[in-house]
Design a protein around this ligand. Structure first.
Ligand code: NAD
Length: 245
């Protein structure tokens, strides 16, 4: 409880607090992370998200992509950790959310300023004519998903292995890391780079790091100032309660 109180106090007294989220914040919404025992990579081969494999084997890739990201992710709803971040932003405490997630749950929870470091699954684009589409505009029954205008191969709007970070999100995330005096890191192993450089960059600029995770991460013993080892929704609810928002 002491660490929760300290975290709430840091957030309350911050000038520029940001949040940095990973797959762990969405676990309580029913979306498994990639890594770990029950992670998606224990069931699926990550090669389906390799950009060259995808282009050469669009049917095989799309069969798994549809199952994971469109049949399964599609029904998930934000949990109290996503909602808590939106409340913190509404109350003026949190300035932005930098997320590695592609599940749209921060948007659904009501966060306004979101930088999606790895893109988003809800917008898709044609690899031939670059036209972009929302999910309902496309036919997911016949795979691979094809462009209604030119019949080109459609690719989800999140980045695949072998692709670069979206320029705008990358630049804004670096700016936010430089501006931040407090970073709330939620549910990230800290193993995925360059995303993991963002909280590290903030720390180099003297930001305090609050970490919410069920397990220790690569951040915990290196940059974290306050480690709250519990489910993100529980910790977030306690912080919100103390801040009375
Ligand atoms: P990760 O899969 O490497 O690690 C998840 C982290 O969340 C772990 O440290 C774990 O201990 C923690 N965690 C699990 N349950 C938690 C809970 N209830 N509360 C708090 N923490 C919890 O995640 P990562 O480091 O973010 O990297 C995986 C990459 O895969 C991301 O970059 C992301 O792009 C992608 N991904 C996204 C989603 C999504 O959009 N929801 C899901 C899977 C993977």
């Amino acid at each position: 409880m002491d660490s929760i109180k300290q975290a709430a106090e840091l957030i309350k007294n911050s000038n520029y607090c940001i949040a940095y989220t990973g797959a762990g914040i969405s676990v309580e919404s029913g979306i498994p992370p990639f890594r770990g025992e029950s992670g998606l990579w224990s069931k699926y081969n990550p090669i389906i998200l390799d950009i060259n494999y995808f282009k050469q084997n669009p049917f095989t890739s799309w069969s798994v992509i549809k199952e994971i990201f469109y049949d399964f992710f599609g029904e998930a709803l934000p949990n109290d950790a996503h909602k808590g971040l939106a409340k913190l932003e509404n109350a003026g405490y949190v300035k932005s959310v930098i997320t590695q997630n592609i599940d749209n749950l921060h948007q659904l929870a009501g966060s306004q300023t979101i930088y999606e470091f790895h893109g988003n699954s809800h917008t898709l684009a044609c690899t031939s004519c670059s036209c972009s589409y929302s999910i309902p505009e496309l036919n997911f029954e016949d795979l691979p998903v094809l462009c209604p205008k030119c019949n080109g191969l459609i690719k989800p709007g999140f980045i695949f292995f072998g692709e670069g970070i979206p320029q705008y999100a990358y630049q804004k995330s670096i700016e936010e890391a430089k501006n931040a005096d407090v970073v709330i890191v939620i549910g990230s192993t800290g193993e995925v780079v360059p995303a993991a450089y963002i909280p590290r960059m903030a720390k180099q600029n003297n930001a305090k790091i609050i970490e919410l995770n069920t397990e220790k991460s690569m951040f915990t013993n290196s940059i974290t100032d306050i480690f709250i080892q519990d489910k993100a929704s529980k910790s977030m609810n306690l912080i919100i309660e103390i801040l009375n928002i």
